[in-house]
Design a protein around this ligand. Structure first.
Ligand code: FAD
Length: 494
């Protein structure tokens, strides 16, 4: 018997994880990737003696990686490193730098004199967040849905006590538990830097603070995040998976309710029994399948996460006032959050995240140097299509950072690279530069999110950030499990 052939378009993490699972089961898998290397947003930049993680710098739910490698009987091919403190937060106008620890008694000390009775309040807050996490994990997140009715039925099994959370925002939930602006702002960063604001994110996502502070915490990878990809590639090679780089799919061939082939930029045709699309699941449906629900107009009307404006700096010297994971915020949180989605000009006094991998991973910078990755969430290209002012924004961020950490970064720069939302769109076909893909409002999750199974073509599937269950490294790994279950069920070779 010849193995069924699966072709995956794109080599992001969702693709690589799906290829691991399917090849383990005996499918013959080929991956076609437009860029010259694998990983998609989980990528690496090497320049002037420095090595940078291009996108993700840490993740929650590390056990999803264990599940993936257990499922294919392989040891996990990279070393996980738990973060504690999880990150530090600098708020403009305050000399205080908050260290966010997983240990709640230690965390309470950080908020002494700011939030009375913090430890009792945070335990109570996290209790609710924990309940909603565990009550939805298998009913909503780790489940394939074939219809909206099926999804609503599953949602109806979530205990009724969570119902009020559907009608509150993330921020309103925080207001029920805490009084100080500092605590509310810090606990809403998880929403903000995941591409939305706490004022328009549903309160159920407070469960993210439970995953961060109590459940599994945050992790990164020894030697840099790209070790994940470098660990996966030899296993794929061993299992016979072929990856073809510099191959952009620009056309599809459809016949008798099946996708029969995809065609690359040179006109080469790739036939297959089954296709999995790892490019954005909403964009692909509109661009290549001409689906009416996914025209540019309809896509523009959907909710997308903020776009990344990223800066990669190699700096001479060691910077004292900075840690591995740092947030730098202004003193106008609500105004900033209110305008950031709507503004067609670059943000004034930008809020940003800085990752200094060299603090715990000296190999990624020359001796006595630091490598800095800066992420500033900005409006996507629907709102701000022109990035001619990129240098001005980068200069402003670097000057602000220099001042706040007390180190002249500008005059010690050894290398600098800036990616605007235009670059992010071009590199990985991210719709209008949105960094994390479709947002996760209640109208865009479960059966309301573009499905991992095509509506019309019986051999076409999707995996990655804009299909189910959603975005983020562990979540696309869950997505790879869900799509594999579907393929096994509908095209089993066993
Ligand atoms: C700046 C930034 C920071 C982030 N930080 C974190 C973080 O700290 N933690 C976390 O968990 N998540 C983070 N994320 C989110 C995380 O990176 C994504 O959710 C995840 O990597 C998406 O994986 P994916 O499977 O959807 O594939 P993608 O990474 O989107 O890869 C898709 C691949 O398909 C290729 N492709 C597209 N179109 C075609 C075509 N027509 N033909 C051939 N190939 C094609 C692309 O080139 C790309 O390689 C971050 C994202 C960004 C942008």
């Amino acid at each position: 018997m010849t193995n069924k052939k699966v072709t995956i378009v794109g080599a992001g993490l969702g693709s690589l994880a799906t290829a691991l699972r399917l090849s383990h089961q005996g499918y013959a898998v080929t991956i076609l990737e437009k860029e010259e290397n694998a990983g998609g947003r989980l990528n690496i930049l090497k320049k002037d003696g420095f090595t940078f993680d291009v996108g993700p710098s840490f993740f929650s739910m590390s056990y999803e990686f264990h599940e993936l490698f257990n499922s294919i009987n392989e040891p996990i091919p990279f070393e996980l490193n738990e973060l504690n403190p999880l990150y530090t937060v600098n708020i403009a106008g305050s000399n205080r730098v908050f260290q966010i620890y997983k240990d709640l008694d230690k965390l309470a000390k950080e908020f002494e004199g700011i939030e009375d009775d913090f430890e009792r309040k945070v335990r109570n807050y996290l209790k609710g967040a924990k309940e909603i996490f565990h009550d939805t994990e298998y009913r909503v997140v780790k489940k394939n849905f074939d219809s909206i009715i099926g999804f609503i039925r599953s949602m109806a099994t979530v205990p009724l006590k969570h119902l009020p959370k559907l009608f509150r925002t993330f921020w309103q939930e925080l207001e029920r538990h805490f009084d100080s602006e500092e605590v509310k702002i810090i606990f809403s960063l998880v929403a903000f830097f995941l591409g939305a604001t706490p004022f328009n994110t549903p309160s159920v996502y407070n469960l993210l603070n439970y995953t961060e502070l109590q459940h599994d915490g945050y992790w990164n990878v020894k030697g840099g995040m790209y070790k994940i990809v470098e660990g996966i590639l030899p296993i794929l090679a061993k299992k016979g998976v072929v990856i073809q780089y510099n191959t952009e799919i620009v056309k599809v061939v459809v016949s008798k309710k099946q996708l029969t082939a995809v065609v690359d930029q040179d006109g080469t045709v790739y036939e297959s029994d089954i296709f999995v699309i790892n490019a954005d699941a909403a964009w692909f449906r509109g661009k290549f399948l001409n689906r009416k629900k996914f025209t540019e107009e309809k896509l523009d009307a959907m909710e997308w996460t903020l776009a990344p404006f990223t800066i990669y700096l190699g700096v001479k010297g060691t910077i004292p006032g900075i840690h591995h994971h740092n947030y730098f915020l202004g003193d106008n949180f609500r105004d900033y959050a209110d305008t950031i989605f709507r503004s067609s000009v670059a943000p004034k006094k930008p809020y940003y995240y800085v990752n200094v991998a060299s603090k715990s991973n000296p190999d990624c910078a020359p001796e006595n140097c630091e490598n800095l990755f800066i992420l500033c969430p900005v409006p996507d290209l629907r709102v701000k299509p022109n990035w001619d002012d990129a240098e001005t924004l980068a200069t402003e961020i670097i000057a602000d950072l220099s001042e706040r950490v007390g180190y002249d970064i500008t005059n010690n720069l050894m290398t600098k690279t800036v990616y605007t939302p235009v670059d992010w769109q071009k590199m990985f076909n991210l719709y209008k530069g949105s960094g994390l893909g479709l947002a996760h409002g209640l109208n865009q999750i479960g059966a309301f999110r573009p499905s991992n199974k095509d509506e019309e073509l019986s051999n076409l599937y999707y995996v990655g950030a804009s299909t189910v269950p959603g975005t983020g490294l562990p979540i696309v790994v869950i997505g790879s499990k869900l799509v594999t279950e579907r393929i096994n069920h509908e095209h089993s070779i066993i």
